[in-house]
Design a protein around this ligand. Sequence first.
Ligand SMILES: Nc1ncnc2c1ncn2[C@@H]1O[C@H](COP(=O)(O)OP(=O)(O)OP(=O)(O)O)[C@@H](O)[C@H]1O
Ligand SMILES: [Mg+2]
Length: 460
Amino acid sequence: MPDTRVLVVDDERSMRELLAIMLRQAGHDVTVADGGEAAIKALKSDTFDLVITDLRMREVDGLAVLRAAKEQSPQTVVLVITAFASTETAVEAMKLGAYDYLTKPFKVDEIKLTIANALERKRLQDENQALKRQLRRERGFENFLGKSPQMLDIFETIRKAADSVSTVLITGESGTGKELVARAIHEESPRRNGPFVSINCGAVPETLMESELFGHVKGAFTGAVANTVGLFSAAAGGTLFLDEVTEVPSSVQVKLLRAIQEREIRRVGDTRDIKVDVRLIAASNREVAKAVADGVLREDLFYRLNVIPIHLPPLRERREDIPLLVAHFVRRLSAELGRPVRSVTPEALAILETYRWPGNVRELENVIERALVLGSGDRLDAPGLPPDLRRPRDVQDVAVEIPEDGLDLEATLSQIEHRYIQTALARTGGVQTRAAELLRVSLRQIRYKLQKYTRLTRQG
Ligand SMILES: Nc1ncnc2c1ncn2[C@@H]1O[C@H](COP(=O)(O)OP(=O)(O)OP(=O)(O)O)[C@@H](O)[C@H]1O
Ligand SMILES: [Mg+2]
């Protein structure tokens, strides 16, 4: 293990030096301490992979060094060295988490082997931890799936955001999973046992918005027949999710800003301020910057909301998530609908992977549900999918530009064709049969086109 940092602790100089020389020869980065006190000081300012300490030392002993090392980082491997007479303390040291002990006098080979084993164990431990972290990262959240780099990043941000109380602003087209993000943050946060309260700001009449959010006192306005607490108070100790936040009327936006800044609200018709402990998450499927530019959303409120921005890319920009989502929805919905569908045909999957999904994941979910309800048999196949999906992609989607001096149509089309093939091959990991399915051509056609293109580029 290169760059291994070792701390050697012994109040006996010859021993210290012997160990230090040996370890340096083995290529390790060695720090020496001439006693327990110096060792504990070193442990406070530095981290070590391995600590080798004598047990019996004047003043501060090896057990104290062991404790300090484990306290500082439980991953640190500690080896204790003991005189033959004090094996009892050595056993005590093992109980406290020492990796092993060596009794003096020992042979150089013996200690070399023990150190090598200790470091190997440390390496495995670290590797194991890294794998666990990776697994956690890749697993996403229960019912919130994704393996595209964009989604993995989002999962990471969610975990980080969950630990703070900062406001999160989630943006993304309709059906991309904004509400799922909000719920995941709440579930991962220390507030998970508190309430998660959600309000669609676009669905509340303008005149009722303020009272809905902050509550009102009896008689505050016509129809206010009793005191109400409002959603801020209802979400106390938990999370308040403001969906479609650009729809909050401007008169209420000022009050919202104040609630975020001061962590205080005032009920409609009340004269007192009430402290509230609420974590705010806002979402919008509009372009929020544009809403600010258009004067729909106050700029100061935008900055207060946008402390942690999370943008969900549309499904068509992360197509590698599609097979995962399809499998998930098929599994869940076939159980719910009592229609055991065991597989999705490659042809159907190819169609699902190519479609533009303007309604994103929600649309995908609906398409699967429809296919399960209307279909029969234990496979989801291409004819079971809505005709819209099977229509070739709208040519309007492809940008067509002709340079000033014109172009060679044949060569251009051939280049475009080649790019589609390359993209398909990239997505299928180079598997030509799958790429052919994706592009709805035969395997022979793909092979022929690839050859043709290679020939063309060689000539040209
Ligand atoms: N990554 C995902 N994994 C599993 N299910 C998902 C994922 N993304 C979205 N969904 C599902 O898709 C549907 C739409 O998600 P959600 O309601 O969170 O979208 P939204 O962005 O809030 O949409 P809108 O802007 O229309 O409110 C939900 O049923 C949700 O469970
Ligand atoms: Mg939503």
